[in-house]
Structure formats: C-alpha cells, structure tokens
Design a protein around this ligand. Structure first.
Ligand SMILES: *[C@@H]1O[C@H](CO)[C@@H](O)[C@H](O)[C@H]1NC(C)=O
Ligand SMILES: *[C@@H]1O[C@H](CO)[C@@H](O)[C@H](O)[C@H]1NC(C)=O
Length: 385
C-alpha cells in the first residue's frame, strides 16, 4: 500500500516536472498578453518619417514582397476578409475577390496598380494569403484559399509595366491543407507552412484549442516540382508556424504565432538528390505573436506581428458576425509590432496603433524604405529611414 502511494506520488512529481516547462511557457504567453494591452503599449517609430498611403485604394493586405532591382513591391490583399463567409469559402462573391497589387515605390509619384489575372480559371475565387517572389525566373508564388480548398498558384510577371499576372500552374496536395506562408528556394522548389493541423474551416473548435494550447502540430512542407511528378515532404512540426524565410544559404527562420518566437533551422540539402532535412538550432522568443518574416539584403530578419492576440481574435469575431451593411471601420482594432533581428540584437521599428494589424514588413536597404502591411488595415505604411 505504502509502496503504491509512493509510486503514485513519484509519478505525479514526474508528470509535473515534465509539464512544468510547458505550463511556465504558457504562463509567459498569457503574461505577454496582459503586458501588451493596447492602452499600455507605447507608440514607437524608428523611421525618420512614416506615412499611411492608399487608404482608399487598398485594404486587408496580409503579405508583401519586394523586387529591389525594379523598385516594386507586390502586395497580397483581400477585402473579403471583412466577411467571414467568403473567407470560409461558403460564398463566392466576384465583387470581393482578393488581388495582388503592384506598388511602384521608387517612381515619382508612387503608383499602385491592381493586377489583373490573365489565363486564370476562376478570378472570382481568388483569396491570396502568403506570397513569395523568385526574381531570377520572375515567378510569383501565391497561397490561394479557394472555396474548393487551398492551392499554391504560380504566376509569371516578366514585364515591369504589365498590369497583369500570367497564370502558369496550380499546385494542390493533401499535405498543403492549411497553407499560410510560402518561400521559394528556386523556380521549382518551395517551403510552405500549414498554420494548423485542425483547419479552421473543418474544425473551428479544435483549431482554436490547438492555437491556445500551442500544440506543436502545424507543419512545414517542402514542394519540389522540378520533375513531372510533384514531390512533397513534411519536414517539421511546430506550434502555429506562420512566416517563413531563408536567413542565408543554410539557415531557415520560421515564426511560431502561438508560442511567440522565431525558430532557426539548419537546412541540409543532400547532394544525392534526396529530400531536404531541417535541424532545429535555436529559438528566439518575441514579445508579440509574430506573423510574417522577411530578410533584407543585409541579412537582417524583419518580424511583423501582433502584440495583443485577443484584439486580433475580437477583429475576427467581428467579421464572423458580419452583416455586410456594417462599416468595416467599426471593427475592433489591434496594434502593430515590427522588429528586426540582426543575428545578435533585436530592435523595434514600429509599435502602436496608428497603423494596426501589422502582418509583414519588407525593406529596400538601398533606398531606405520599409513597407508594412496590415491584415485588417486600410492602406499600407511606408517608412523612410
Ligand atoms: C547564417 O545565419 C545564421 C543565423 O544568423 C548564422 O549562425 C550562420 O553563421 C550564417 N551562415 C552563413 C554562411 O553566413
Ligand atoms: C498611440 O497612438 C494611438 C493612435 O494614434 C493613440 O490612440 C494612443 O493614445 C497612443 N498611445 C500612447 C501611449 O500615446
């Protein structure tokens, strides 16, 4: 009996000591949420000047990529994010398809063009999220949340003055089940994050539980379509993997939104043509829930995200209740946090609420320009350094 009791106590202590790091980690996560209440958050801007542009032309831009050689940025935007039924694919409204915009930030005056989609089967059912640009092949890769299920779309953008993207190919696969962000390793090789194991569409309750408990079951998938048969491999699992970017030739960074931080992996590419392997080297904690990642030409990692997840949740709930007559301006707001990491030190670039919902930041080092886009925000923020 005594032995049984001791065994029970021993097992309980053992279980607790295994659970402790997890409980402590979750406590840190919730403490961060309390510390970052929007009314407590300072307004910080490290830019010499910053301006919100195109407030009436564009809204709800989740992602952005730059082609510094041409002085242009592509923005991935979806006004239908104001209405949950369109996001969830229960309705197709051609008036509310998403779009890729081209922002000529180096021209005077700066211009913004909504690119049409040529050779694309269903332009009314285009809901772009993460994007990646491979400049050598002028290929834009786009995560598209279609009503019939997610896909990766390939577009060509060869001519700088063109107002259209030319559709080349659609990639679908069971392993691309909840795609969020994508990064091109070459013209025929991609890394993709699936932010949830339980998709929000099919499992609304379990997907929220997965996010709140930061269960490490989101995935990173490698897609290789150099051969006629598309090859997909799952490389890693982590809690709510979101932004993804190569820091240099051998290091990959992935943002975890639910266990706020950036995971750094060594990328092993076997010379015999076998599959890529990832080896986790380091995790850096952030004081906000990171969304997308970009690397500038000096190798600095730009991390944009959300300091106060309950505010994002409130904005999403507002869209779910969405009655289309309501003015999107009335939606609850969520502050921004944009920081950079140079390998040794972190520096805040933009914190606060004037331009909210920051989801991606990109930088043109030569021209001293940083562009920030916001998931549920009107316009884009252009900072000059
Ligand atoms: C790549 O970046 C990682 C992380 O910052 C660093 O440890 C590594 O030395 C870099 N590798 C090269 C080849 O520059
Ligand atoms: C930060 O800016 C927002 C929006 O402009 C404003 O409402 C808020 O009061 C400011 N916060 C502080 C701490 O100054």
């Amino acid at each position: 009996m005594a032995v049984d009791r001791r065994l029970g106590a021993g097992l309980a202590i053992l279980a607790f000591s295994f659970a402790f790091p997890y409980v402590y980690d979750r406590y840190q996560g919730f403490k961060l949420i309390l510390d970052n209440a929007p009314e407590k958050l300072p307004n910080i801007s490290a830019f010499a000047s910053a301006e919100i542009k195109f407030r009436d032309e564009v809204k709800n831009c989740e992602d952005a990529v730059m082609d510094e050689s041409r002085g242009i940025a592509f923005l991935s935007c979806d006004s239908s994010r104001d209405h949950w039924d369109v996001i969830m694919g229960t309705s197709i409204d051609p008036a509310e398809s998403g779009a890729i915009y081209k922002f000529d930030y180096a021209s005077t005056p700066n211009t913004l063009v909504r690119l049409s989609l040529s050779n694309f089967p269903r332009p009314a059912d285009f809901h772009p999220l993460g994007i990646s640009y491979h400049s050598q092949s002028n290929t834009l890769f786009v995560v598209n949340h279609r009503s019939s299920g997610p896909a990766i779309e390939l577009f060509s953008y060869a001519d700088h003055d063109s107002t259209a993207l030319y559709h080349i190919r659609t990639l679908t696969h069971p392993l691309i089940h909840a795609p969020n962000a994508v990064t091109a390793l070459s013209a025929t090789s991609l890394l993709i994050t699936n932010d949830h194991f339980f998709s929000i569409r099919a499992w609304p309750f379990l997907s929220r539980l997965e996010a709140y408990l930061a269960v490490p079951i989101g995935s990173v998938v490698h897609v290789d379509f150099s051969a006629p048969d598309v090859h997909m491999t799952q490389l890693a699992r982590l809690p709510l993997p979101n932004g993804i970017a190569m820091v240099n030739a051998t290091t990959l960074a992935i943002a975890s939104t639910s266990r706020p931080g950036v995971y750094f992996y060594d990328v092993h590419r076997p010379t015999d043509g076998g599959s890529i392997k990832l080896e986790l080297k380091r995790v850096i904690k952030t004081r906000f829930a990171p969304d997308n990642l970009r690397v500038d030409s000096q190798g600095r990692l730009l991390v944009a995200g959300h300091p106060h997840p309950p505010s994002i949740e409130a904005a999403i709930q507002w869209s779910k209740r969405g009655d289309r007559s309501r003015d999107a301006e009335a939606r609850p707001r969520s502050p921004s946090w944009v920081a950079e990491w140079d390998g040794r030190r972190a520096r805040d670039l933009y914190v606060g609420g004037e331009y909210g919902f920051s989801s991606t930041a990109v930088r043109d080092v030569g021209r001293g320009i940083v562009i920030v886009v916001g998931l549920f925000e009107r316009g884009i923020l252009v900072g000059r350094e």
